[in-house]
Design a protein around this ligand. Structure first.
Ligand SMILES: [Zn+2]
Length: 107
């Protein structure tokens, strides 16, 4: 079972206490952008086998949103951090590259 530590309240929550919110760090598009950029924002999502950045909500706890870096194949969690972060923090990147030396970044 997937367990994530909520960065807001510090509780290590099981997957059943959380609600998934999809891919993290999406660049938003709106009026004035191309149709292709808006379509990609609305519908295109990464679905990697490996490291993935995701949005989660501590639904049956503090109720706040946070972000998690984890491996979709092994459920290994590299860390969680507040949702108000535009890019993965350095300590998360360091945790990933320490365990996945060939990892090429989140972009
Ligand atoms: Zn919480």
């Amino acid at each position: 079972m997937l367990t994530l530590t909520c960065p807001h309240c510090g509780i290590r929550a099981e997957e059943t206490e959380l609600s998934p919110g999809g891919e993290a760090h999406l660049k938003r598009y709106g009026p004035g952008d191309t149709d292709e950029a808006f379509e990609a924002y609305m519908f295109a999502r990464k679905n990697p086998k490996g490291v993935h950045f995701e949005r989660w909500r501590h639904a049956y706890g503090c109720g706040k949103w946070f972000l998690a870096a984890r491996c979709t194949a092994t459920l290994e969690v590299f860390g969680t951090y507040p949702a108000q972060t535009s890019e993965p923090p350095e300590h998360i990147i360091a945790a990933i590259t320490a365990k996945r030396p060939g990892w090429e970044g989140y972009k």
